[in-house]
Design a protein around this ligand. Structure first.
Ligand SMILES: Cc1ncc(COP(=O)(O)O)c(C=O)c1O
Length: 394
């Protein structure tokens, strides 16, 4: 039996047939504008050239110079001793958490964190790790996904003896995907680092979009890196590489991660072809994230004008816009008919993500189409109820 549209979208928002070329054309022509995710980008011609020309070797033998260069560069950027290339952000998270948490211990994270909502239970299934969550809800004047160090500290039970599960680590996500691209400010992460250190609890930072946070807040990546024991960063989201993430940590931990990665079937051979895309992305695609952020803010403003209360444009600071709308799946379908693809991640949750393959004309076209569609929803009585709990259910 066919799954209902909304749940199909939840299962894999990027699974629908892809447009024949990337995003909108330079003239905002008739190619679909694909705002489902920043994972839909295709490598640029220059990136493909860098991949074709990469020096390669067998990385399981430790002989791929391009992969080693990428790992060293990302580790240095984040101020850690060593790095490990992984095929996905999910694998980088699973390895990073497993390095900090033993089977039978717990990881604390928020209720909409990628590690608990979208990694297929890997931390439990593969690592024997239990998770306990704090609610990912907006507070007074604070967007969903913002870390509250006091709340986290109150949940920690390290060395809980034979009565309770011992807390070994906390995972934080910056920027926060399902929270709407929320950026947790550096001082909050520093405060959390102090509190966890005092309790002997480790920190894993899911930094799939840490580049976006760094560009938006003007923070050095190493400053974020200093707030965590292990950090994962993705090259295949805002940075536009086709594949790849890097996990960083101490040399000892990354040596263990290399063994675990092989155990998971993730020991890969001539990965320099992929690592070259990552190095190219670091050279050319980081500073431009500011453009994606501006386009996301413009989209949020257009949506809020069409359907007041569906999003707070002032809260949109990176490349993700989460709308609180009634009938998200129907609105996504209506926008798709007009050439704008979005992700319905819940009954009231519509996500728009800007990226390398959405240019100025495409973003303008998307804003027009979404304004029309949302205006239609407003006229048929579907006004948004900002703060409705429905929005937080992907
Ligand atoms: C915050 C966050 N962490 C991790 C991941 C996992 O990345 P991948 O799809 O490469 O496994 C994602 C993917 O969207 C994400 O949004």
């Amino acid at each position: 039996m066919a799954a209902p549209a909304a749940s199909a979208a939840v299962a894999d928002p990027a699974a629908a047939p892809a447009p024949s070329t990337s995003g909108a054309g330079p003239d905002g022509g008739d190619q679909p504008v694909d705002l489902r995710s920043d994972t839909v980008t295709r490598p640029t011609a220059a990136m493909r050239r860098a991949m074709a020309e990469a020096l390669v070797g067998d990385d399981v033998y430790g002989e791929d110079p391009t992969t080693s260069a990428l790992e060293e560069r990302v580790a240095a950027l984040l101020g850690h001793e060593a790095g490990l290339f992984t095929p996905t952000g999910s694998m980088a998270n699973v390895l990073g958490v497993r390095l900090l948490v033993e089977p039978g211990q717990e990881l604390l994270c928020d209720s909409l964190a990628h590690v608990v909502r979208a990694e297929m239970g890997a931390h439990g299934a593969l690592g024997g790790i239990t998770t306990r969550t704090w609610p990912c809800v907006p507070g007074p004047g604070a967007p969903a996904g913002l870390v509250d160090a006091g709340v986290v500290e109150a949940m920690m039970t390290p060395d809980a003896g034979p009565y309770l599960v011992s807390t070994a680590a906390v995972a934080v996500e910056n920027t926060h995907n399902f929270g709407g691209g929320t950026i947790t400010p550096l001082p909050v992460l520093e405060d959390l680092r102090e509190r966890t250190r005092a309790a002997g609890v480790a920190v894993h930072l899911d930094g799939a979009r840490l580049w976006n946070a760094a560009v938006a807040d003007g923070v050095e990546l190493a400053a974020y890196g200093a707030c965590a024991d292990t950090v994962s960063v993705c090259l295949s989201k805002g940075l536009g590489a086709p594949v790849g993430s890097v996990l960083v940590g101490s040399a000892e931990r990354i040596a263990r991660a290399r063994v675990l990665r092989k155990r998971f079937g993730g020991g890969m051979r001539q990965t320099g072809v992929l690592a070259a895309a990552g190095l190219h992305a670091l050279d050319h695609h980081v500073d431009r994230l500011a453009e994606d952020h501006r386009r996301a803010a413009d989209l949020a403003a257009a949506c809020a004008a069409a359907l007041p209360g569906c999003v707070d444009p002032a809260a949109v600071r990176s490349n993700i816009v989460v709308l609180d709308v009634p009938g998200a799946a129907a609105l996504a379908a209506a926008a798709a008919e007009r050439g704008v693809r979005t992700s319905a991640l819940g009954p009231r949750m519509l996500r728009l993500v800007t990226h390398l393959d959405v240019d100025e004309a495409g973003a303008r076209r998307a804003a027009e189409v979404l304004a029309e569609v949302l205006h239609g929803a407003a006229e048929t009585g579907g006004g948004a109820a900002s703060g409705s709990p429905g929005r937080r259910q992907p």
